[in-house]
Design a protein around this ligand. Structure first.
Ligand code: NAP
Length: 492
């Protein structure tokens, strides 16, 4: 395996721990099985990691519970802060190595992987800073005779489940606040991209995180491995990032122990361009909102609603920009569009485009997959997309931009809100009053105004409707890992 790869790639792959991390020990799965990790640009196997059995996950939960019952929950906030700070510095120092690893297992271009490494690191830094500021408050009882004390305490052992599309940042966005709050955890990364998480675990270990606080389990049968731990009374919280379909199932499982849940689920982001917007700016924002991560982002613009007078100009300019983007393996210089994650995702994107075209959409550019190895789809712009097209309702998760024209502001808002999802919306306008008015009426957890990206460690990321429950990032993000205890203090 990997004999024909450049020495740099071989070294990065060899450095990753390939076992489960349980109670501070790296060990094989109970059944001795392994699972294969592939390079989506070629379909070649690049690593094998331990494939956990249900008992391994229960052992990992046991280790998290023991660490929780030990010293960790009462550890000094400054100690937790220092560990996160050291991990932040190590991640930044090792950007090139982590970025290459991410590109090899997930496919995104190297520059985007490096941007994700910086994004992941920013959560470690942010929560290193928050760890020492999780205070409650003191208030006077309204009678004057007593005091109300509120204490912030860690929730307890957490189960954290992450997706393949942002293999490092989605983990750091959960681990950072969980460590800062004094929680312990079992992390399960996606089976398609476990390597970045295993490397992050090694870095946190080297930064001084005590054994048992962070346990990592990689598995090919996530349902059967994770269900027993979600239903186990030692678990106190589940934080999940992934599809709405799986999230819904996990909420049901969480009901058994009445777990605290955070759910970062799917999206169907509208990108609305009003006729007073700067069209060139809007096109640049659209490229970012659509093409970041090869379109495989929950925040990806899924539908473009453009004011009728500028719709044609916007579509032509977007098609010119998207068709000029260089497609290829993410490790190659100058590549802007990497492969989709797997054959299934490629089939899905292809099917959605074919469905829209069969129903009357017109292809301005792209509209086809690339023959040969890897899972490549050509950047695509569609116009005149009919309301019945499936890609207006479903998450595309690929480099496809469907454009529709609208008349009035009310019509644009109604179209934008016509979805069960509510993660993020983008709007472009030169009118500040309109920006605020429309932002307030959009049924989403986040709005990007004249910008095609909203991700920021200091801001609350999350959705409404079927896009999720809870927020990650900012001061809100650590609250998800804290309980508020009220102590009633009599003075007389
Ligand atoms: P997914 O299929 O829901 O998987 C997400 C994670 O859940 C993976 O680790 C997966 O493991 C695991 N999983 C799957 N079935 C499970 C089960 N029955 N029990 C326990 N764990 C289970 O989603 P994905 O395809 O990896 O990621 C894409 C989705 O994530 C999109 O819908 C995207 O919008 C969403 N997402 C949301 C956000 C956000 O912040 N809102 C951010 C990024 C992505 P396996 O790998 O073994 O299947």
């Amino acid at each position: 395996m990997n004999a024909n790869r450049p020495p740099g790639e071989r070294a990065v792959l060899a450095a990753v721990p390939k076992q489960l991390l349980i109670g501070g020990e790296w060990r094989d799965g109970a059944g001795g099985e392994t699972l294969c990790v592939e390079d989506p640009a070629s379909g070649e196997e690049i690593a094998r990691v331990a494939d956990a059995a249900p008992q391994d996950a229960l052992d990992a939960l046991g280790a998290a519970h023991a660490a929780w019952r030990g010293d960790w929950r009462v550890s000094a906030p400054r100690e937790r802060s220092d560990i996160l700070r050291r991990a932040y510095e190590a991640v930044v120092d090792r950007t090139d190595e982590l970025a290459l690893l991410m590109t090899l297992e997930m496919g995104k271009p190297l520059a985007e992987s490096a941007a994700e490494v910086a994004y992941a690191a920013s959560f470690l830094r942010w929560y290193a800073e928050e760890a020492v500021r999780t205070d409650g408050r003191v208030a006077t009882h309204e009678s004057g005779a007593g005091r109300v004390l509120t204490l912030k305490q860690p929730v307890g052992p957490c189960v954290l489940i992450t997706p393949w599309n942002f293999p490092l940042a989605m983990g750091a966005r959960k681990i950072g606040p969980a460590v800062a709050a004094g929680c312990t955890m079992l992390v399960k990364p996606a089976r398609l991209t476990p390597l970045s998480m295993l490397m992050l675990a090694r870095i946190l270990e080297e930064a001084g995180l005590p054994g048992g606080v962070l346990n990592v389990v990689t598995a090919s049968s996530s349902g059967s491995v994770m269900e027993p731990v979600i239903r186990d009374p030692r678990t106190r919280k589940l934080s999940f990032t992934g599809s709405t379909e799986v999230g819904r199932r996990l909420i049901e499982q969480s009901a058994e122990q009445v777990l605290r849940v955070s759910m970062e689920l799917g999206g169907n982001a509208p990108f609305v361009v009003f006729d007073d917007a700067d069209v060139d700016d809007a096109v640049e924002g659209a490229v970012l909102a659509k093409m970041r991560n090869i379109g495989e982002a929950c925040t990806a613009a899924n539908r473009f609603h453009v004011a009728r007078p500028i719709a044609r100009e916007f579509a032509d300019k977007l098609a010119a920009r998207m068709s000029a983007m260089k497609l290829g393996p993410g490790t190659e210089d100058g590549v802007e569009v990497g492969p989709l994650i797997d054959a299934e995702q490629l089939d899905k994107v292809s099917e959605l485009v074919d469905d829209a075209v069969a129903k009357g959409a017109r292809v301005l550019c792209g509209g086809e997959r690339v023959d040969g190895p890897g899972h490549f789809y050509v950047p695509t712009v569609l116009v005149g997309v009919p309301p019945a097209a499936r890609l207006l309702r479903e998450e595309i998760f690929g480099p496809v931009a469907p454009i529709m024209a609208f008349g009035s502001e009310d019509e644009a808002i109604a179209a934008a809100n016509d979805t069960q999802f509510g993660l993020v919306a983008y709007l472009y306008t030169a009118d500040l009053k309109r920006a605020l008015r429309v932002s307030e009426r959009l049924e989403t957890g986040m709005v990007g105004v004249n910008q095609g990206i909203v991700s920021n460690a200091g801001a609350p990321f999350g959705g409404v409707k079927q896009s999720g429950i809870g927020r990650e990032g900012g001061p809100e993000g650590i609250e998800e890992y804290l309980e508020t205890k009220y102590v009633a203090l009599a003075l007389d």
